[in-house]
Design a protein. Structure first.
Length: 582
């Protein structure tokens, strides 16, 4: 029977994720030594690690060398209480345990009765170098998370507090409020940072030890409510086995659990054009600042359900953003769609002559082209079988012969192109995007922690981040989308004995939704394209016509495009059993 237990234990160990230090991606460790006044090690001591918020105690015993270890320590504020026969009970000052951090405490006992208590000065809590860990990383503590100003309350701005992290954003998703709605919020701070000289895609995000990485970026799946983040750690060049899959580093966040006291807070951040002066460079119409609304608001609450046993925390974070981009562009006029460019104002070049591309030919060592020509009445001359006009009659003009105009594309522009809405002296552009860009989000989070007894602890957390985006195109069109990012999961920790601990952790992260940059809508729908003769419109859900490389741009967006929804999801599910044997 004993052999069977040994084999079973070996199999469980092999099925787990690896070495004895696995499973600590969202927890910390406390270790140290116990000595008497002469410096000799004291064995057989009883050590209690007491969480100051929940008053939950964990027990350990020192070995023959006076050494003790606590693993799977939830980040927070703790004290050590050390008892040994013949010595006074020693209590350390409170110290912080960070995520994926190893804190060393050296406790010296004083001769006396156990009933006597003395507070000792334990070393190690403020050490810059962790003698018990080989990792390189920086813990961003709760005070920094909550006190430092964060425009948009986006935690990525805190990544640059870590040595070796630079706020470069060179990869996909570098734009705030970009294609999936999850990489940031317009007008807020965002840093898709690079770690230790690696590409900014070479990093991973974890939340409570559960993957929170969008594999396409990789960026995060959900933006945690800052007030519900206990702390996080940026880990790089780490020798620990649990941190794999990223050459740059790992961002390791931990959510805040409740305690024995009830705590709550609320916030509101407001920006409004009422407080703004006119922007000389943007407000080209001289009518004052454009309508601008930015609100971020929310509240959190945490506390006990049953004191010393069951705790909760939860909160809501809302965001509302609306502001016209006021981007300038030149849109085709009705005359130009019909081929008459006589009054066309070149945005990037001086006014000139349009040339017939079908007349391009080599003459000697030169390439020549013929200008378009019109008769005495101003009508374009007809073209021959080679689509050229006679250069012997008429005079140069900037009008296209009807035979060179592709009818279906002309009808496309007539149906979907923006119409001019700007005429300001000295400005060649004839269109200003006065419709607002809208970005709204609602974020919810709740967490439950429960302690069954001295051997079993569980927690479960659910975080949801809903984003909706609308970017105007032209007078009536838009791109837009929505997504419902979710990250949830929990863990069960069972202590077989102080040196044998099982940590089972599982979770899900995903953002099912529609790419904001791919869902392009127009009130006219797809019917005009079908009537113009374009085939397979229903099959492909529309058509994209991109003109941003030329002069016909539409406030920085691709000018004319109509396409149906493009839903997608990149789910990530994980189950991680870890057996820790000290």
């Amino acid at each position: 029977m004993r052999l069977l237990r040994t084999i079973t234990l070996l199999l469980v160990t092999l099925m787990a994720s690896g070495a004895s230090i696995l499973g600590q991606t969202s927890t910390g460790e406390v270790n140290g030594t116990v000595t008497d006044p002469t410096g000799a090690f004291v064995d057989g001591t009883t050590i209690k690690l007491i969480n100051q918020a929940t008053r939950i105690e964990s027990l350990a015993s020192a070995n023959k060398d006076g050494y003790f270890t606590f693993v799977n320590v939830v980040p927070g504020r703790y004290v050590l209480k050390v008892e040994a026969q013949g010595f006074k009970t020693a209590v350390t000052p409170p110290f912080e345990v960070g995520v994926s951090q190893t804190v060393r405490q050296a406790v010296t006992l004083t001769v006396g009765e156990v009933s006597q208590m003395v507070e000792v000065a334990a070393g190690g809590s403020g050490e810059m170098i962790q003698p018990s860990s080989s990792e390189l990383g920086t813990v961003i503590p709760e005070k920094a998370v909550q006190d430092l100003p964060l425009n948009g309350r986006n935690f990525t701005q805190l990544l640059t507090l870590t040595p070796g992290v630079t706020p470069v954003s060179t990869a996909q998703n570098r734009s705030v409020g970009c294609c999936e709605g999850n990489v940031g919020l317009p007008g807020s701070g965002f840093s898709d940072a690079s770690f230790h000289g690696q590409e900014n895609r070479s990093k991973l995000y974890f939340y409570d030890g559960i993957i929170n990485t969008n594999i396409r970026g990789p960026t995060y799946i959900v933006i945690p409510n800052i007030d519900l983040v206990q702390e996080f750690k940026v880990v790089g060049h780490d020798a620990k086995a649990e941190f794999g899959g990223a050459t740059g580093g790992v961002v390791n966040m931990v959510s805040k659990s409740g305690g024995n006291s009830l705590h709550g807070s609320a916030f509101e951040y407001l920006r409004n054009d009422f407080f703004d002066a006119r922007d000389t460079f943007k407000d080209v119409t001289r009518k004052g600042p454009a309508a601008f609304r930015q609100n971020q608001f929310g509240a959190i609450l945490s506390g006990p359900i049953f004191k010393n046993r069951t705790f909760f925390s939860g909160g809501y974070d809302g965001w509302r953003f609306s502001q016209p981009g006021q981007g300038l562009s030149y849109v085709p006029t009705a005359a130009e769609i019909n081929g008459d460019f006589s009054n066309y104002k070149f945005v990037t070049r001086a006014a000139g002559t349009l040339y017939n591309p079908y007349s391009t030919r080599r003459v000697g060592t030169s390439i020549v082209r013929d200008p378009f020509r019109c008769d005495a009445s101003g009508n374009p001359l007809p073209v021959d079988s080679q689509k050229r006009q006679s250069q012997a009659t008429g005079s140069p003009c900037n009008k296209l012969p009807p035979a060179l105009i592709f009818g279906p594309m002309q009808q496309f522009f007539q149906a979907y192109a923006a119409t001019s809405n700007l005429a300001v002296a000295g400005i060649p552009q004839n269109f200003i995007q006065s419709r607002p860009t809208v970005n709204n989000s609602n974020s919810f989070q709740w967490r439950i922690d429960h302690r069954f007894g001295d051997r079993d602890n569980i927690f479960f957390r659910y975080t949801e981040h809903r984003v909706s985006v609308l970017n105007p195109i032209g007078n009536v069109g838009s791109t837009g989308g929505g997504s419902q990012g979710r990250n949830y999961g929990g863990a069960w920790t069972h202590i077989f004995r102080p040196n044998l601990i099982l940590d089972l952790r599982a979770g899900y992260a995903g953002r099912p939704g529609v790419d904001a940059g791919q869902q392009n809508t127009h009130p006219a729908g797809l019917e005009p394209m079908k009537q113009s003769g374009f085939k397979d419109i229903d099959k492909y859900g529309g058509m994209l016509v991109n003109l941003t490389a030329g002069e016909w741009t539409n406030g920085g967006n691709n000018s004319f495009r109509v396409r149906g929804p493009a839903p997608r999801e990149n789910p990530s599910k994980s189950v991680t059993p870890n057996l820790i044997w000290l």
